[in-house]
Each structure stands twice: as structure tokens, then as C-alpha cells.
Design a binder for this molecule. Structure first.
Ligand SMILES: *Cc1c(COP(=O)(O)O)cnc(C)c1O
Length: 398
């Protein structure tokens, strides 16, 4: 079948929940993807902040193949070595004390919410606790995660959500204070908002929220599913701010292609929160998924991923700023590290379409924002190459 025939088949078989780009991807290598007709694309999306190590990393692939031949799965009623190793490594890089592995980001958020509610329940025996989330946030599509997602469009048709959620504004401490009551059990936010349009938290805001939480014994949940795992130049974005959460979530680049997630907490929270029988998962943290996490964390060190982000990010920012200068239609740039957004004055779909035709994969975050979340191993040459294609795509589409 040719590409169009595959796309037609897809549209007959898959539920239509995505408006997909008209391309069937076949294989990847480094920072490049190839479609089934052999066309090569420079990838500045990395499966939405997933493939941090680039495609077809030999050591990563070999580790997964070896684990397949050994043991793919065992129930969480038994211990397995990769999960033990993955938890130890994750504790070390995060500074958190306890880990629960999930299959996805949304599930990590579900677990984090349950942990916060249980913590509050054990304090007063009540079941009317409130959570404060942010407008323009994104935490996933399952009911708990959707309930704290600050985009009414995503929620409306599926009401009622889980109850007692209030929304405040990111980087507006007063708006958070105004929502705090005696019933507030947690504040949840993305350290850098991703889907909502690349909005980094301001340091004073994050410190302020931490202060409110400390004062009232409210738990701070930081969602690091997109902005974590080195994307901002620190292993987790909050480490850049020096504001430690009580509970945090990770996913996306945590598995670099294998579907995994995790929520983690401090010992203080773990000591009076979820306990035996409160939460579970069949697949979460199985030996295969855990082997992926182990190898990812090992390769981050070995391949100096954070160093590369910190070296390349200012270069990327410079190149993007030159596009902001050059084109009236671009309002500004926002972002941290290799998580950047170009904010346009009009819809960016035509630019992304043109870029795709020109061999560059980009994605939006909202209608007017081009989001750049490339593999974390990109070089300056890759940035130059991207800038060239993006430049001509803007020129020829707007
Ligand atoms: C992608 C994302 C999620 C959801 O993760 P899934 O693996 O798609 O369930 C949650 N929070 C943030 C910040 C994300 O970017």
C-alpha cells in the first residue's frame, strides 16, 4: 500500500480523536524520522517530548532486547530487579523518597491526586477536600487528570468531573491565595506549562505557592511529565527553581519510547498516605518498562544529556529570537531549555504544514503557538538546519 492508502485505512479503523498530519512514519534514527516512502524529516517534536535520547539508540535498544529475552512482565505482587534498580535511580536523580510506577502520565496524575486526598483524609477523616489547579494547565485525559486540567473545552462534554477542584492563574499568587480554604489538600501545577502554551512558572510564584502549602500543610504536586527529564536543563524543572514538591509526576521521556510514568513523594507524605490496598496497577513498573527507565537514566549520565541541553538551549533561543525579530507575525518566544514556544499572531497550522512538506516535524501548543521539544541530543547544526527550514516555511505560508 502507498501512503495515501494507509491513511485511508487508518481513517476507517481508528477512532477519530486526532486530526493527524498526512504522513505515515516508518523508522527513526538519531534526530531524524523517515516515512514509509523514505522521505527524511528533522524531528523537533520527539513524539511530544518523549524521545529525549533520539531514535534508534543502540545501547537502549540492546537493553530492551535483552530484557525481552529474560522477563517481560511479572505482577507487582512479586519483586523484580529492574523495578528496584529503576526506583533507586529515580530517587537519586529526583531527591524524592518513594516511587510508584504507572503506564502513562495521566495515571501518574491520578495516583498523585489519590495520594493527596488520602493524606488529607488521614488528618481529619473527612471526604470534602479541595484541590487547586491552574487555568491553561494540562494533566491528561482520564477523569482525575481531566478534572484538574484548566481547559474547559476538554472537560465540558464529560461533566461531571471529580468534585472540589478550583482553578487559579499561573504566576498570580493572589489568585491562588483567594482559592485556599481549610479544605484545600493540594495545589497541582506544571512547573512549565506545556500544552497550554509553554508558560514557565516564575520563581517568586513557585516559592509563594510553596510558602502557602507549608503554612497550611497543603501538598504541592508538580507535574513534570513534559518539562521534566532534563528538558529545561535540570533533571526536573523544579530543581532549577529550588522549590521541592511533596508529590511529583513524571512520564514521557522517562521511558524514551516505552510507555511508562511514575509518581513520587517525600517520606513525610508516604508515611501517611497510600498504603497496602489503596492503589495498584497490573503493568506499571513491569521488568520491561523498568529496564527502559534504568537504561534511560544511565544514558542521560553517560551521554551528558543535561550538559548538552544547557549548551544548545541558549543557541536555540538566539536563533528563535532572530525569527521573532525578522517576522512581524511572530509576537514573542517563551520557554526554558529545549522546551520553547514561538507565539504567533495568527494560527500556526499552515507553517507546520509547510515545514512538514519541507522535511521538518513541528507541533503546536494551542492555535497560535509553535512548540519546539526536540530530542535532547540535538546539535547546533540541527538547530541551524531547523531554523533554515522554519524560516522558509514561515516565508512561504504566511
Ligand atoms: C502529556 C502530559 C500528560 C499526560 O500524559 P499521558 O502519558 O499522555 O497520559 C500529563 N501532564 C502533562 C504536563 C503532559 O504534558
Amino acid at each position: 500500500m502507498n501512503m495515501q492508502e494507509y491513511i485511508d485505512e487508518a481513517e476507517k479503523a481508528l477512532l477519530h480523536t486526532y486530526n493527524r498530519y498526512q504522513v505515515v512514519l516508518d523508522k527513526g534514527d538519531g534526530v531524524y524520522l523517515y516515512d514509509i516512502e523514505g522521505k527524511k524529516y528533522l524531528d523537533f517534536v520527539s513524539g511530544i517530548a518523549v524521545f529525549a535520547l533520539g531514535y534508534n539508540n543502540k545501547e537502549y535498544n540492546d537493553a530492551l532486547k535483552a530484557q525481552i529475552d529474560k522477563l517481560l512482565h511479572t505482577s507487582n505482587y512479586y519483586y523484580n530487579v529492574p523495578a528496584i534498580e529503576a526506583a533507586k535511580k529515580l530517587k537519586k536523580v529526583s531527591g524524592m523518597d518513594r516511587v510508584f510506577f504507572t503506564n502513562s502520565g495521566a495515571e501518574a496524575v491520578e495516583g498523585a491526586i489519590k495520594a493527596a486526598r488520602k493524606y488529607a483524609y488521614l488528618k481529619d477523616g473527612k471526604t470534602d477536600h479541595e484541590i487547586i489547579a491552574m487555568n491553561h494547565s494540562f494533566h491528561g485525559r482520564t477523569f482525575g487528570a481531566l478534572s484538574v486540567t484548566g481547559n474547559p473545552k476538554y472537560r465540558e462534554a464529560f461533566e461531571p468531573m471529580i468534585g472540589h477542584i478550583k482553578f487559579a492563574d499561573m504566576n498570580d499568587l493572589e489568585s491562588v491565595k483567594a482559592k485556599v480554604t481549610d479544605k484545600t489538600c493540594a495545589v497541582i501545577l506544571e512547573t512549565v506549562q506545556g500544552e497550554g502554551g509553554i508558560h514557565p512558572a516564575e520563581k517568586a510564584f513557585l516559592e509563594g505557592v510553596r510558602g502557602i502549602c507549608d503554612e497550611k500543610d497543603i501538598l504541592l504536586i508538580l507535574d513534570e511529565i513534559q518539562c521534566g527529564m532534563g528538558r529545561t536543563g535540570a533533571m526536573f524543572a523544579w530543581q532549577k527553581y529550588g522549590v521541592k514538591p511533596d508529590i511529583m509526576t513524571s512520564a514521557k521521556a522517562l521511558g524514551c519510547g516505552v510507555p511508562v510514568g511514575a509518581f513520587m513523594m517525600t517520606e513525610r507524605v508516604a508515611a501517611s498516605s497510600l498504603t497496602s490496598g489503596d492503589h495498584g496497577t497490573t503493568y506499571g513498573g513491569n521488568p520491561f518498562a523498568a529496564a527502559a527507565i534504568c537504561k534511560v537514566l544511565e544514558l542521560y549520565e553517560k551521554e551528558h544529556v543535561l550538559e548538552n541541553v544547557n549548551e544548545i538551549a541558549p543557541y536555540l533561543e538566539g536563533k528563535l529570537d532572530s525569527l521573532v525579530e525578522k517576522y512581524d507575525v511572530i509576537e514573542t518566544r517563551r520557554g526554558v531549555g529545549l522546551m520553547q514556544g514561538l507565539i504567533f499572531k495568527e494560527p500556526v497550522a499552515p507553517v507546520i504544514q509547510k515545514a512538514l512538506e519541507n522535511g521538518l516535524i513541528l507541533i503546536n501548543a494551542g492555535t497560535n503557538i509553535i512548540r519546539l521539544v526536540p530530542p535532547l541530543i540535538i546539535s547546533k547544526e540541527d538547530v541551524d538546519h531547523m531554523t533554515e527550514i522554519l524560516d522558509s516555511s514561515i516565508k512561504n505560508s504566511i
